[in-house]
Design a protein around this ligand. Structure first.
Ligand code: CR6
Length: 835
């Protein structure tokens, strides 16, 4: 095979060189030849694009070398199937990973361009909702950094998560036209398109050996075109691929209609095909049983499996060894139809017999569960499912039949158990339970934090745990310290590196060495100064964008995450009202000045979440304009919280709000990002909070609230929110303030649905946790006054957070589930960066 990089290239050229002069030349070259602009008429976006291409050029060599190495060595490969990848901006990350940040900054400065300005220009690919999608992005980063052969497979949504605006305090959704100015990071591969079938019916036939087969005759066929994005590891040569599929109409689709003169009909059919990857469903931790969503799931799963099969063929590997070549991770149940699709491909298209196909399938898949919330557990009505995927329905029935036989043998005469475990829910209208299919079709099942994995075994998947105990494990989530420390908090990263060297970036446990400096007053001062500077940055941003002045010496108390009742942003709001009431009652009260910052999107169809946003903004209106508050209390709802903005927010927090009802937040990942940037957490014993508290030390964590077990007991004992309302004067006053119309210009009805839900049901036990929460918040206020002590607690959060690197999570997956090995990629000397 011809080597990709001719060995005789020894000098730097405009596409690989990394000194300032070459970079400048390359930048102008791209501006001219790709953007077709010269400086005088260039927009900021032209400059961004020119720089992006300049950086991409310097990445390509590693990427192609990686692809070639993987092709030649055919290593066991991880395929991470996820309906969401919330990557965040690429430019800064690639500059960091290539080690080119500073030299490019200088090159741009010599042109009079600010690198931060150019970075700001990038429209982020918002191809995810929240934690689950961002987790996939962190894992893709760690896989590349750890040099593990891996492919991320997903959907190239034309519209990602909506942009959020706030009008009159309400959320307004704006479509996310992220591809508007082009995407310099992706490479379309139309030559690698595949076909995906939908609808129709099945036919049986017998082959010449008398063997019985099924054939799927689809109603329509859609093309899947891959768009590839290189994912470079941190200071490695390994650049894995994120392969996202776009749906297109096949060229031949319209012949018949055209011939009949039905121009309109044929074009409409084309746009219907393309609808499949048009838009991301904006629901987080809940699902909508929409046919199009199911079609999206099948579309990307089928493309990805066919792609894997094609790769094996190109490598002359036999499909009998599919499960040896690929470990496929199902990121939640969204890609779970893959179990049936791999069976179909093996049975119908490659003529395997059932047992062989099933053996391969069940040695291939591993399933991660991300939630216990019942409204998020996917189930598809049999009618809907069968109309789009008639063959898969047959296969699932057959899987279920054989599975229930197994259950019967292990647990004889237990009809209830059979009904509970069946992949088909037959209690009313019939549904396919995707989590059940995932459990039956996978060799490993994991939750995303210790508590969550335990609760899965005890509750949601209890029967499956009894059936297959050996399949169950835990892998606690993690986040990448590259993006969430080095890139987004360079001041802190530099200080740390100055003290302990830079190996912590890929070995986060090294942060422990910071503990040596706990009583080094110079270090503590510098550490504090970093926090103050970052807070000042955010304050400046808020002044520019919101015209509100906030005091960087106040305690920055931040809750940034999707808006959901179980996350209890409204509990936070009740505390703000309580503080407000206290100051109103006693205007000279000595309070610790606080700035409450919120960020997060509500699912467009989730009325209660939208009402919570309106409530926060209404409180902000009153509080921020009340002279009695005299800058002791400020409340701001930051609009359009996304990855780009999150990178500004985490570093600036003093306090991180992780206040979900215990047992409801599977893990959380924002909790980790805040803590690694030195915020202290106020939180419940929920998700990964428990493990964060364990490692940072209970004295460095503000704990409150009921435990998961107590929550269940309280509900079982007949919880009555009114008891709390009636017996707690501060709580009553806070609620009454809302219901009287105080925050709604006298309108007592505006927030009634929210208050009724709290007083008559309070599913998430806000009232039960209120007292414990406000007492804890008062302790926070006290603690913040002892600056030295607070700084030490903050340092300890950073120093002990190593466990929550996504590198650790990926190592867990690699060792306990995937059993894959690293494969180092070598590239010629000349293009390796040095700085
Ligand atoms: N909404 C969990 O709720 C977890 C992430 C990633 C979530 C959250 O606690 O940290 O997954 N679940 O594991 C789902 O999306 C179903 C989330 O992001």
């Amino acid at each position: 095979m011809v080597s990709i990089v001719p060995n005789n290239i020894q000098i730097e050229d405009d596409r690989t060189g990394i000194n300032v002069e070459t970079l400048k030349r390359a930048f102008l070259d791209n501006l001219f030849y790709i953007q077709a602009k010269f400086p005088k008429i260039s927009t900021k976006n032209d400059y961004y694009m020119a720089l992006a291409y300049t950086v991409r050029d310097r990445l390509l060599n590693r990427w192609l070398q990686t692809t070639q190495t993987y092709l030649e060595k055919a290593p066991r490969t991880v395929a991470y199937l996820s309906a969401e990848f919330l990557m965040g901006p690429h430019l800064g990350n690639n500059l960091m990973n290539l080690g080119l940040y500073n030299v490019v900054k200088q090159a741009m400065e010599e042109f009079g361009l600010g690198l931060t300005d150019l970075l700001e220009q990038e429209e982020e690919p918002g191809l995810g909702n929240g934690g689950l999608g961002r987790l996939a992005a962190c894992y893709i980063d760690s896989l590349a950094t750890l040099e593990i052969p891996a492919i991320g497979y997903g959907i190239r949504y034309e519209y990602g998560i909506f942009d959020q605006e706030i009008k009159n305090g309400w959320q307004v959704e704006i479509t996310d036209k992220w591809l508007r100015y082009g995407n310099p990071w992706e490479v379309p591969r139309p030559e690698a398109e595949l076909e995906v079938k939908f609808g129709g019916h099945t036919e049986n036939y017998t082959d010449e050996h008398g063997r019985y087969h099924v054939q799927w005759i689809p109603f329509k066929v859609v093309k899947g075109v891959p768009y590839d994005t290189p994912i470079l590891g941190f200071q490695t040569n390994n650049a894995n691929t994120l392969r996202l599929w776009k749906a297109e109409a096949p060229e031949s689709f319209d012949f018949e209609a055209f011939n009949k003169g039905d121009y309109f009909g044929s074009v409409q059919e084309k746009s219907e095909c393309e609808n499949i990857t048009k838009v991301l469903y904006p629901n987080d931790d809940s699902y909508q049983g929409k046919q199009l969503r199911l079609e999206q799931q099948f579309f990307f799963v089928s493309c990805s499996l066919q792609d894997m099969i094609r790769m094996m063929k190109a490598q002359n590997l036999t499909l009998e060894r599919f499960h040896e070549h690929f470990a496929i991770q199902l990121n939640d149940t969204h890609p779970t139809i893959a179990v049936a699709e791999l069976m179909r491909l093996l049975l119908d298209e490659h003529q395997f017999d059932w047992d062989k196909a099933w053996n391969i399938t069940t040695k291939t898949f591993a399933y991660t569960n991300h939630t216990l919330l019942p409204e998020a557990l996917e189930r598809w009505s049999i009618n809907m499912f069968g109309s789009s995927f008639p063959r898969h329905l047959q296969i699932i029935y057959e899987i279920n039949l054989r599975f229930l036989d197994e259950v019967r043998i292990k647990f004889p005469d237990d009809g209830n158990r059979l009904r509970r475990m069946s992949i088909i829910d037959e209690s009313g209208e019939r549904y396919i339970r995707m989590a059940h299919l995932a459990c039956v079709g996978s060799f490993a099942i994991n939750g995303v934090a210790e508590l969550h994995s335990e609760l899965l075994k005890k509750t949601t998947l209890h029967d499956f745990y009894e059936m297959y105990p050996e399949k169950f494990t835990n892998v606690t989530n993690g986040v990448t310290p590259r993006r969430f420390m080095v890139l987004s908090n360079p001041r802190l990263a530099n200080l740390i590196t100055k003290k302990i060297g830079d190996s912590w970036v890929t070995n986060l446990d090294e942060l422990r060495k910071l503990e040596t400096f706990l009583y080094d007053s110079d270090f503590c001062k510098e550490f504090h100064q970093v926090k103050q500077d970052v807070k000042q940055d955010l304050a400046n941003y808020i002044r520019t964008n919101y015209n509100i002045t906030i005091d960087p010496n106040s305690l920055f108390d931040i809750q940034a995450k999707r808006i959901h009742e179980y996350k209890r942003q409204h509990l936070n709001a009740l505390y703000i009202i309580t503080l407000y009431n206290r100051i109103k009652a006693n205007p000279n009260l000595d309070v610790t000045p606080r700035t409450f910052l919120f960020g997060g999107k509500a699912a467009p169809g989730y009325y209660m979440a939208k009402l919570i946003i309106k409530l926060i903004n209404s409180i902000a209106d009153v509080v921020n304009h009340d002279p009695d508050m005299r800058d002791r209390l400020k409340v701001i709802f930051l609009k359009d919280y996304n990855v780009k903005f999150a990178q500004r927010v985490y570093p600036a927090a003093d306090l991180s709000e992780q206040i979900s009802t215990a047992g409801k937040e599977a893990s959380g990942t924002g909790n980790m990002k805040f803590s690694m940037n030195g915020a202290l957490t106020i939180g419940t014993l929920d998700g990964a909070n428990i493990e964060i508290r364990e490692v940072v030390g209970e004295e460095n964590f503000f704990l409150f609230g009921l435990t998961a077990e107590e929550v269940l007991q309280k509900k079982a004992a007949g919880y009555n929110p009114w008891d709390y309302y009636n017996s707690n004067p501060e709580l009553k006053l806070a609620i009454d303030r809302i219901s009287s119309g105080f925050f709604s210009h006298g309108d007592p009805n505006l927030f009634k649905p929210l208050l009724d839900s709290l007083l008559y049901r309070d599913q998430y036990l806000l009232l039960a946790d209120y007292q414990s929460y406000i007492e804890c918040q008062d302790r926070v206020s006290q603690a913040y006054r002892d600056r030295e002590q607070w700084i030490r607690m903050s340092i300890l959060n950073v120093a002990r957070i190593g466990k929550f690197s996504s590198d650790r999570s990926i190592r867990d997956y690699v060792q306990n589930i995937w059993k894959v090995s690293a494969l180092k990629v070598e590239v010629p000397e000349y293009s390796q960066s040095t700085n």
